[in-house]
Design a protein around this ligand. Structure first.
Ligand code: A3P
Ligand code: EST
Length: 296
């Protein structure tokens, strides 16, 4: 098989964070990455709306020009910083060949972000999504994106997730780590929520524009909202990951743009699983002023 070395491999560990072994091999280049002052970083825990936010940002950067945003697949328009796989250009290589101003995607926990982003004072947009929807979305993603180990049953995957053993480690540490960093770097980090974006995308896009110090016509905002709706993105080959080789991503098992709603966890958790998850959640989020909406 062509991509054998990437299929259903155990995760390795990068400074205590579970991660794909091929990404760990590329770590020295990521650590030494040279950010540019006008880079904009899109940071998320996996399955929190990264692709959605990426498409919105590319549309903003191209003044709502839909055709320009079809120029390439989203994973090439917004390179994935720590991505490394055999025979493919790495995220760092892609970024070196991208003209400024660049959009950069990462799932790294805050303590592992290459220091150059802080040194250069880059703007960062973090998007967080509630843990219950993330774990369900991640469960389907583990199935369809073949680089992941077999997730087992949902009951088993819930344990993996709660123990911080899924790729990129603990969701609890990730969302709180970036939340605490935002308090330090107020003007530089915009912290958004998937649930707010679902509820009132216009308001969230306005927040982004203000953060960027950018003014656009109201009609442009309308075009951005239309083009980045779930229905439009789902049928857009430049946004829906359909162009990835099936050996790496099998959309027949589950599409990358799966449901795009808040509260889907209610269709999956049993009452007992929900109680156990809540108990664990309260323990790990105790004392934090970070709060999530579990449905909208
Ligand atoms: P579901 O699996 O719950 O449907 P990421 O891009 O970080 O991997 O996140 C993927 C999740 O975001 C998926 O969630 C996907 O459907 C959802 N998503 C992608 N585009 C979206 C959009 N335009 N509106 C709402 N949800 C979107
Ligand atoms: C895609 C989106 C995302 O948010 C995370 C990941 C992690 C693993 C990636 C996959 C992806 C896209 C496809 C790959 C895969 C590693 C090898 C494969 O080529 C880049």
């Amino acid at each position: 098989m062509e991509h054998e070395e990437l299929i259903r491999q155990d995760l390795g560990s990068l400074h205590g964070i579970p991660l794909y072994k091929s990404f760990i091999e590329g770590w020295p280049q990521v650590k030494a990455f040279q950010a540019r002052p006008d880079d904009l970083l899109i940071s998320t825990y996996p399955k929190s709306g990264t692709t959605w936010l990426s498409e919105i940002m590319d549309m903003i950067y191209h003044d709502g020009d839909v055709e320009k945003c079809r120029r390439d697949a989203i994973f090439n328009r917004v390179p994935f910083l720590e991505m490394k796989a055999p025979r493919l250009p790495s995220g760092v290589e892609q970024l070196e060949n991208t003209p400024s101003p660049r959009l950069v995607k990462t799932h790294l926990p805050v303590q592992l972000l290459p220091t150059s982003f802080w040194d250069k004072g880059c703007k960062i947009i973090y998007m967080a999504r509630n843990a219950k929807d993330v774990v369900i979305s991640y469960y389907y993603f583990y199935q369809m994106a073949k680089i992941h180990p077999d997730p087992g049953t949902l009951a088993e995957f819930l344990e993996t997730f709660m123990a911080g053993k899924a790729a990129y480690g603990s969701w609890y540490d990730h969302v709180q780590g970036w939340w605490e960093k935002k308090k330090e770097k107020e003007k530089q980090i915009l912290y958004l929520f998937y649930e707010d974006m679902k509820k009132d995308p216009r308001q969230e896009v306005q927040k982004i524009l203000q953060f960027l110090g950018k003014k656009v016509a109201e009609g442009t905002v309308d075009r951005i909202l239309h083009h980045t709706s779930f229905q439009e993105m789902k049928k857009n080959p430049a946004a829906n990951y359909e162009t990835m080789p099936t050996a790496l991503m099998d959309h027949n098992l589950s599409p990358f743009l799966r449901k795009g709603i808040s509260g889907d966890w209610k269709n999956h958790f049993t009452v007992a699983q929900n109680e156990r998850f809540d108990q664990h959640y309260q323990k790990y989020m105790a004392g934090s002023d970070l709060h999530f909406q579990m449905e909208v």
